[in-house]
Design a protein around this ligand. Sequence first.
Ligand code: FAD
Length: 400
Amino acid sequence: MDLAFDPQLEEFRATVRQAIAEMLPPRIAELQRAHGGINSGHAETLEWTRILSERGWSVPHWPKEYGGTGWTPMQLHIFLEESSSAWAPDTCWGATHMCGPVIYTFGSDAQKQTFLPAFREGRYFLAQGFSEPGNGSDLARLRTAARREGDRYIVNGQKIWTGGAFASEWGFFLVRTNPDVKPQAGISFLMIKLDTPGVTIRRIPQINGDADLCEVFLDNVEVPAENLIGEEGMGWTYAKFLLDHERTTSSFIFTNKRELARAKALAAVEQIDGRPVAEHPDFRSRITRIEAEVTALEWSVLRELANEEFKYDRTAAASTLKVAGSRLQQAITELQVDILGPRALRFHAFEPEERDDAGPLWPTHAEGRTANALIARASTIYGGTLQVQKGIISKLAFGL
Ligand SMILES: Cc1cc2nc3c(=O)[nH]c(=O)nc-3n(C[C@H](O)[C@H](O)[C@H](O)COP(=O)(O)OP(=O)(O)OC[C@H]3O[C@@H](n4cnc5c(N)ncnc54)[C@H](O)[C@@H]3O)c2cc1C
């Protein structure tokens, strides 16, 4: 059975599709396609955010008073799906989906004025400084310390896996401001400008040929106290708020649909023994199974958006979508590589200094598939690992 949207939503979809086609520079779409839909480059992401912002669409999910569109969840879903289908990059997720909502919910008026327009208008990139060596899943035990001295904090410690820090102007950090209370109660949420003396950023070469993830070392970094978001000691609450936001949008449904369509297109032209891969029984059953799972995921996302009565806790539902979506992302990208066979194997890992900020430019789209499948391995790690998500589901949905 096919899903059908209300006629008004189909009209909305047509308007959005047309507008994106007119606004999106083909150069950016092509770069994004070559990268297999993983964000192509920081400069292009910011350029696209600026273009969207001129139309009032860069932060559609924010409240209207801060620049949101007032669209319904279903309209937002359609907008994101159309953006993905057209090969538009995401906006800077850390700014628009993570830190922005924390600031407009918990920040001061001055902080709202300083940061929200900059995030909305794509003025700079923002990094998320949460994870530390040894404190990823067990985030509450983080050790990076911020000691208050007069009107500033002195920050010392180390973060790791900080996506895009080398290209970011600011980062939002979780730091320990009180070591003498229970771990969660001693954490605060601090904005740190990344060119402050004492901040050292080292990029980590990745198996997919990129070097976006970073180590961030903080050595006696002086941060104005006015950069504390909300109240001291409330960082854990804000981080949970933010991670719940992140998880709800982590079903990867748009990329999963788009990449499955691409896998099918590849299977129609690639050959095994002189016949299209799509006709090979093993591939046919694999594609059919994945297609059934993508359809099930889409229905689950739409039920969630339609606010249908759920039998289970909503956080558990969001975790379930993340588990299903991230595993499908891996299955689909691996399928693409297998369809391409040996042609996907030629792969050159770039050293950080070999690539510019636009990201690695793979010589062929086939190699981009391999790189994409390799980075998809991480989708069951970031934003809460597969095992941690399963723990949440078993506790909240089944009371175990
Ligand atoms: C591509 C990528 C991008 C990232 N971007 C960022 C970023 O921008 N900013 C940032 O702060 N962090 C980022 N991270 C870090 C990410 O959040 C952590 O890697 C993740 O939370 C896991 O933490 P860890 O690496 O310390 O692994 P660990 O927590 O040490 O986990 C190791 C293993 O133990 C399992 N495990 C741990 N605890 C439990 C438990 N309670 N129950 C069952 N199993 C458990 C895990 O599932 C995993 O298999 C990124 C990671 C990746 C891979």
